[in-house]
Design a protein around this ligand. Structure first.
Ligand SMILES: *Cc1c(COP(=O)(O)O)cnc(C)c1O
Length: 415
């Protein structure tokens, strides 16, 4: 069937065998998808979503009932007191910036307990010197590294029992690091331990790439605030941009006053025609995340069979949608990424090349034939060109498109 797409018969047979072997894993994904679908459906019903919520505002955006109801739906889905879901958030990084600047004041200390955070946070925190960083406002930063992919609980408790930490940051996904994603169970264990010695510290989770991968979200297990991007999981491939912050009502209010301005907070913010896309994206998100997970599991199984180091392995518990593949040489890594691009519906005729991107030390290659620029809930694959030549792949709006993209990439890599 796939020969006309340039996939040879041997690879097609391998793919068919893989799918046969993965039935049990896919059934687990389907079960989580069903539960998350039910959560979304009930949130829509409880909030009486109707045609009127698809309308939108311009200008200041006063009295946007679509926006206000979307924020109730997101809060409901994420089991939060309140949420801020806005097109004015430019990215997940921007939402994290707003959340941190909203919660922290000069003299405060922020503590990361999952090691070094995602690359783009370097300039926000001041790990990378920046005149607008938290550090430039005399906000201090400390970090406790993970130990064997888990929290260093004794050290964390020792540090937070001193009560001078204002905010703890936990990053659920691996980001561009080679560590594992952190499961909800592990996050629950550490939060419970922290609460025994400190009831006041704000616990914030960077939830990017994590939503709907498991059956629970971080707020349900004790986090105060979570942040994520709408061009990842919860946007379901339909949100054109934006991000969310959800959690404790007082903290969401602080974030709103930082995003807009003190005194205006959540009351302003035009939705400029995107309300229907956001709601429909959330409606599809459980299925889209399931497709991304199946694409990742399929990739992991097949590339391991072909002799590559993969992480996570196909049957491991996942907490994000990221799959890494270690190619061991630049040439194969580049050809794999180029194959992902060639297997896309958009910009399939473009050939991505490694380039010196601002903010990165090594050249980076990025394959993303996406409807939404930069969207990584759509099949995408990127990599810094450095030892041991690891690709970070994520997304897949449907499993079938994901599978075809991955097969094209393998074919291209092996040629
Ligand atoms: C994607 C991501 C972010 C935010 O990235 P943006 O591209 O700015 O949306 C933050 N943390 C993690 C772990 C991520 O995966």
């Amino acid at each position: 069937m796939y020969q006309e797409f340039g996939i040879d018969e041997e690879l097609e047979n391998l793919a068919n065998q893989a799918e046969e072997c993965l039935k049990e894993e896919f059934a687990k994904v389907d079960l989580a998808c069903t539960k998350n679908t039910l959560t979304v459906l009930q949130a829509f019903q409880r909030n009486k979503i109707a045609d009127v919520h698809f309308s939108s505002t311009t200008g200041y955006g006063y009295s946007d009932i679509g926006r206000d109801t979307i924020e109730k739906v997101f809060a409901d889905v994420l089991k939060a007191e309140d949420s801020l879901v806005r097109t004015q958030f430019i990215s997940g990084t921007h939402a994290i910036t707003v959340a941190l600047f909203a919660c922290l004041r000069p003299g405060d200390t922020m503590l990361s307990i999952s090691g070094k955070p995602y690359d783009t946070l370097d300039s926000i925190i001041g790990i990378q010197e920046n005149p607008s960083s938290l550090k430039s406002y005399q906000i201090k930063y400390e970090q406790i590294d993970l130990v064997e992919n888990d929290f260093d609980i004794p050290q964390i408790l020792d540090r937070v029992s001193k009560k001078d930490i204002k905010l703890i940051e936990i990053q659920r996904s691996r980001g561009y690091s080679l560590r594992k994603s952190i499961t909800i169970d592990k996050i629950e264990t550490v939060i419970q331990a922290i609460r025994k010695v400190n009831q006041d510290v704000i616990i914030m989770v960077d939830n990017c790439y994590g939503e709907f991968v498991a059956e629970k979200e971080p707020i349900e297990i004790g986090a105060d605030l979570i942040v994520g991007s709408l061009i990842k999981n919860l946007g379901g491939g339909l949100a054109p941009n934006g991000a969310y912050i959800a959690g404790r009502k007082d903290l969401v209010e602080l974030a709103a006053e930082r995003l807009t301005s003190p005194g205006q907070g959540k009351e302003v913010g035009p939705t400029l025609g995107i309300n229907k896309n956001i709601l429909q994206g959330l409606y599809l998100a459980p299925q889209v995340v399931a497709s991304s997970l199946k694409t990742a599991i399929f990739t992991s199984f097949l590339l391991e069979k072909l002799g590559y180091e993969v992480e996570p392995r196909f049957d491991e518990t996942r907490s994000d949608i990221v799959q890494t593949i270690e190619f061991g040489e630049a040439e194969k890594l580049i050809r794999y990424c180029q194959g992902i691009q060639a297997g896309s519906a958009i910009d399939s005729h473009s050939v991505p090349m490694p380039w010196d991107m601002p903010g990165y030390t090594d050249p980076v290659i990025m394959a993303a034939g996406a409807f939404t620029m930069g969207s990584s809930i759509e099949l995408s694959c990127d990599a810094p060109i450095r030892e041991p030549f690891v690709a970070f792949q994520q997304g897949g709006l449907t499993f079938e498109y994901g599978k075809l993209g991955v097969l094209k990439a393998i074919q291209n890599m092996r040629k």
